[in-house]
Design a protein around this ligand. Structure first.
Ligand code: TYD
Length: 142
């Protein structure tokens, strides 16, 4: 959905003296059907992950542990979302250029995606991303 915006989504938080609990269910707390889950861990200091865009995949990213920054670009403007709690995450629509950086030691990022892994869905060149985004917007009259 080319007219969708990135946004922070707060998840349910069940507070308990024995330890807190949060969750999300397929299509309920996040606006798509989950087809895949992956996680990024043991990131050495200063490394950057996920520098690319997706043609169709939408994602939801949570810092299950520690902290990191998700930097998104629509081709013109950059937005920075700092994730550091396990009860909210960032919804990333398709056709946003993204990178994940500033990982704290031992941080753990959980990412759910709307499609199975497909290398053909990746756009790994920023100029190609801008072209595809503009073409897609034009196609839908946006
Ligand atoms: P990639 O998404 O390219 O990571 P980054 O953008 O941070 O470099 O994934 C790295 C490799 O991991 C990729 O070449 C293929 C593999 N991979 C899978 O097999 N399944 C997956 O769901 C993901 C996300 C990656």
């Amino acid at each position: 959905m080319i007219n969708d915006e990135p946004r922070i989504i707060e998840l349910p938080k069940i507070l308990d003296d024995r330890g807190n609990l949060s969750f999300f269910e397929n299509s309920k707390q996040i606006p798509f059907d989950i087809k895949r889950t992956y996680w990024i861990y043991d990131v050495p200091g200063g490394e950057i992950r996920g520098e690319h865009a997706f043609k169709t995949s939408t994602e939801f990213i949570i810092a299950l542990s520690g902290s990191f920054d998700v930097i998104l670009s629509d081709g013109e403007n950059e937005m920075k979302f700092s994730l550091n709690r396990s009860y909210y995450g960032i919804y990333v629509p398709n056709l946003y250029w993204r990178r994940i950086e500033n990982y704290s030691t031992n941080s753990l990022s959980l990412i759910v995606s709307s499609i199975p892994y497909d290398e053909q869905d990746y756009i790994r060149d920023f100029n190609s991303f801008k072209r595809i985004r503009n073409e897609t917007k034009a196609k839908y009259g946006l």
